[in-house]
Design a binder for this molecule. Sequence first.
Ligand code: HEM
Length: 488
Amino acid sequence: MDIDVSKFFNTCLLFVATIVVAKLISAFIVPKSRKRLPPIVKGLPFIGGLPRFLKGPIFMLREEYPKLGGVFTLKMFHKNITFLIGPEVSAHFFKAPESELSQQEVYQFNVPTFGPGVVFDVDYSVRQEQFRFFTEALRVNKLKSYVDQMVTEAQDYFSKWGESGEVDLKYELEHLIILTASRCLLGREVRDKLFDDVSALFHDLDNGMQPISVLFPYLPIPAHRRRDQARKKLAEIFARIIASRKSTGKSEDDMLQCFIDSKYKDGRPTTEAEVTGLLIAALFAGQHTSSITSTWTGAYLLSNSKYLSAVVDEQKNLMEKHRDRVDHDVLAEMDVLYRCIKEALRLHPPLIMLLRSSHTDFSVTTREGKEYDIPKGHIVATSPAFANRLPHIFKDPDTYDPDRFTVGREEDKVAGAFSYISFGGGRHGCLGEPFAYLQIKAIWSHLLRNFELELVSPFPEIDWNAMVVGVKGKVMVRYKRRELSVSH
Ligand code: HEM
């Protein structure tokens, strides 16, 4: 009997011990498996979803979103990329502080192009100050003087077109935007004297940013070598220009001057190398994005007679009111043109994928009410190109319909601040958005007022292979000079 009691006692003890150990294991070892991790995109062993990602991230998203919903993870080698698609789950992406979701690691590939000591090569505290320099250089009072330069550049450029003819609109707008960007951002010295040299160097810098550069930015390939040489020469050119402005005390109305005059909180002025790096960053952020958007805007307007007549009528009304005056305030009145540009940009955001690196665990809830925990260490991604066409936010999302932004519909706002994300949003939203709209409006108001235009090539396709995704091939347009008839 005694033996039985102690056997029973031992069994109970073992049972309790087993439960305690099991609880401990589940508390310390298993918790990962209890996390509500996002579903995983099917892929091959080890390389995971790499082949599908390389085929094109948007194609992968189109296949996976209907199956897996707005939150899922793609494994590539040892990396996990978690996609947050749709405003319901992407809010954290846009609003999280740098300590939780950071850009520095994922955008490191820009460092050899932008140069040392700026943007992604510096701590967040310094980067924040440098973004303050951007904000100040793009304030309304500065934009007003840039607009005059944008208008002059457009007038000069198109004055070289004949009475009538055929042009590749994509090529023309790319060139005009380089000239305008040179004038407003890089300054008079570059625009007037050094334009050919500097644009050749920027061309090498541009070609140095290949898809492979994202993974291996320092790989010893010819494109990277040319990039590094061009970067060095640009630094020398800008050092000379800055030194000359400083020694003569001459001040100009351009971004270069704003960066020269910028000071850190502790009173330290910017160095010549920092000014050069910030200007390169501005050009990379704003040049291709704006020229691509101008081209798509043209392609859509010339394929939609309803909107083409609406924007022409708007120009006529403004000419009746302001005659030939085109300045910041007149451009601000071009609402119809604004919506036409915004809609082209909704369908074709040039930055198709935005990335962050997660430093803390966080949770999101999908619109269907499913909760997921995203562990720290994941790369987190969202996609303007995909999210801008979600059918629960945008009615007939593949249709060009600029009226979707009018009062009463406002589809860009119905699902909150992150419904329309061509310019990103939240903490790192684009600082150049007003500049970009002014520049594109200045170009298109000039074209609409002075030319009859007709698209003669088929509607363009998307060039998914480019780093900044734009228009594939030529966009041939026939033009004829005209004067809009208006009654003053
Ligand atoms: C149509 C034209 C443009 C588009 C579509 C565009 C798009 C974007 C997007 C999507 C972001 C957010 C990136 C992210 O969250 O990771 C961004 C950031 C930025 N953009 Fe633009 N951009 C345009 C024009 C410009 C121009 C003209 C400039 C300057 C002259 C500019 C300067 C910047 C800067 C400085 C940032 C970084 C803001 C930050 O991280 O706090 N952009 N842009």
